[in-house]
Write a protein that binds this ligand. Structure first.
Ligand code: NDP
Ligand code: BG6
Length: 504
């Protein structure tokens, strides 16, 4: 049996061949760009339950055609028309409010009618509620669903998918969790951090735990520093209203980058099931000390003549001190990582698009090869997945001089006909399979906010001004000195990455 068939079997075991996906916020950005295309690809790969229905729900009044236009807007241009038509036949739209009983009674009726029409039996009337919504309405929608729109058939399941951000600090997150808990159990709840669905992020565990070659060096005896970097070459254009309320640390660092860090740093789990993995992630997060202001650099982009600065965005409040760039150093207080800085860096309007983990090893001891470059392991999450290890090698020819080169696993070259699923495709599949491994557990959130909340409050209370940096640059000019303080060395004079896709 192929791996894909095995996956299909688990979906069937879980959902008995039937499901209704309710996409709240169906008129919005995430639904159009990510959720519908992901559902389409699952349909195309025959991974949706045999009898599925996709119901878009939002306040906007959209007729069927206007809705379908949104559904297909971001589905690839070369997709087969017949497949697209088959998919759109599953999709309908319902307009309603997010906090009104009448609307949710209607929602329940529409789903029940469709279940009857499809001849759904007990155990097939499964409902998956996907909240592609601003966090301000999560709770209202969850309450209404709980009250009026759950699958009532005992053998069928209800699942709710919630998007980040999960609160703004320890307190607000605790409040949100407390209020959601009576409505959906932890088992029914899938908190998405879409970075956990990215191919290279999913590869961190196999890289670390299925290779005896690498695991012995994964500790403070051999590793000097770890950098996790996320660069985006665009600003907050038009999204400043949301962004200004959250800032770069809450938007991507406290979740996406910290999730990567916990996978890099956690101990070997006792199994590959969701609880075993998440137990280890929580354990390591609990060992991270709350971040101190001395370990922080924040920045905000300014215009470069061609592109506007953050404060030029009309949706941003005047004089905002919101950070669009941050570098923060985290220290893990345990035996494996004692003294190793984990440097998390993220920024908007930078010089390129890149997400990577860079592990820098200790200096070569002794004088035999004193002064050669340190080894590095780089895992590039995007664009163009690659893992490479930088190492020293004799320069070929009539010289003994070592040079830096790399052992390079570039996915596109190594894996022919490579088709990497989008993170959302892989995560929605996990929801159907009932697999929580790549979703965030409630205690993980608590541990994550404990690390960031004090320093975020300090920055806000003291109105700390972010350092300016020009749109399209590497970030604040202080960055190079900042990372040097933690022992990071820029490698290496004369070293060039052989490919032109992203400069290393
Ligand atoms: P949108 O701003 O596009 O909102 C989605 C829909 O929600 C809108 O179409 C609108 O529908 C409704 N809505 C918007 N504002 C309000 C409001 N104040 N009160 C009630 N309803 C409102 O958001 P996104 O689609 O961008 O994001 C949805 C969620 O996904 C958020 O939690 C976001 O953080 C998360 N996310 C988004 C990503 C993206 O790429 N967009 C990436 C990762 C996470 P209507 O008025 O028709 O009801
Ligand atoms: C989202 C953030 O969670 O992740 C955005 O809200 C960011 O600000 C996005 O741009 C990045 O996701 P990706 O998958 O494009 O790297």
């Amino acid at each position: 049996m192929s791996n894909l068939d095995k996956i299909k079997n688990t979906v069937d075991e879980q959902l008995n061949g039937g499901a209704t996906f309710v996409i709240f916020g169906a008129s919005g950005d995430l639904a159009r760009k990510k959720t519908f295309p992901a559902l389409f690809r699952l349909y195309k790969n025959n991974l949706l339950p045999k009898s599925s229905s996709i119901l878009g729900y939002a306040r906007s009044h959209l007729d069927h055609d206007a809705f379908l236009e949104r559904v297909v807007e971001h589905i690839g241009k070369d997709e087969d028309k017949k497949t697209i038509d088959g998919f759109t036949k599953l999709c309908t739209y319902l307009s309603g409010q997010y906090d009104e009983d009448e609307s949710f009674k209607k929602l329940d009726q529409v789903i029940s009618k469709s279940e009857d029409e499809r001849g759904m039996k007990s155990g097939q009337k499964n409902r998956i509620f996907y909240m592609a919504l601003p966090p301000s309405v999560f709770l209202d929608v969850a309450k209404e669903c709980h009250k009026l729109a759950l699958a009532s058939d005992e053998k069928s399941v209800n699942r709710v998918v919630i998007e980040k951000p999960f609160g703004k600090d320890s307190e607000s997150c605790g409040e949100l969790l407390k209020n959601l808990r009576p409505l959906f159990s932890e088992n029914e709840t899938y908190r998405i951090d879409h970075y956990l669905g990215k191919e290279m992020v999913k590869n961190i565990m196999p890289y670390r735990f299925s290779n005896t070659l690498f695991s012995p060096v994964w500790n403070s005896t051999h590793i000097d520093s770890v950098q996790i970097t996320m660069k985006e070459p665009f600003g907050t254009e038009g999204r400043g209203g949301y962004f200004d309320e959250y800032g770069i640390v809450r938007d991507v660092m406290q979740n996406h980058l910290l999730q990567i860090m916990s996978l890099i740093a956690m101990e070997r789990p006792i199994g590959r099931d969701a609880e075993a993995i998440r137990d280890e992630k929580v354990k390591v997060l609990r060992c991270v000390k709350p971040i101190e202001l001395k370990d922080v650099l924040i920045g905000q982009y300014v215009g470069n003549g061609e592109n506007p600065g953050y404060l030029d965005d009309k949706t941003v409040p005047k004089g905002s001190l919101c950070a669009t760039y941050a570098a923060m150093v985290l220290w893990i207080d345990n035996e494996r990582w004692d003294g190793v800085p984990f440097i998390l860096k993220a920024g908007k309007a930078l010089d390129k698009a890149k997400v990577e983990v860079r592990v820098q090893y200790k200096k070569v001891p002794g004088s035999l090869y004193g002064g050669v470059s340190r080894n590095e392991t780089v895992m590039r999450v995007q664009p163009n997945e690659v893992i490479y290890n930088k190492f020293n090698n004799k320069t070929p020819g009539l010289t003994e001089h070592p040079m830096v080169t790399e052992m390079n696993l570039t996915y596109k070259e190594r894996f022919k006909n490579l088709q990497i699923p989008d993170a959302y495709e892989s995560l929605i599949l996990d929801v159907m399979r009932g697999d929580h491994s790549n979703f965030v557990r409630d205690d993980e959130l608590d541990a994550a906010w404990r690390i960031f909340t004090p320093v975020l409050h300090k920055i806000e209370q003291d109105r700390i001004k972010p350092e300016p940096y020009k749109y399209g640059t590497r970030g604040p000019e202080q960055e190079a000195r900042f990372v040097q303080r933690y022992g990071v060395e820029q490698l290496t004079e004369g070293y060039t990455w052989p490919k032109q896709d992203v400069e290393q």
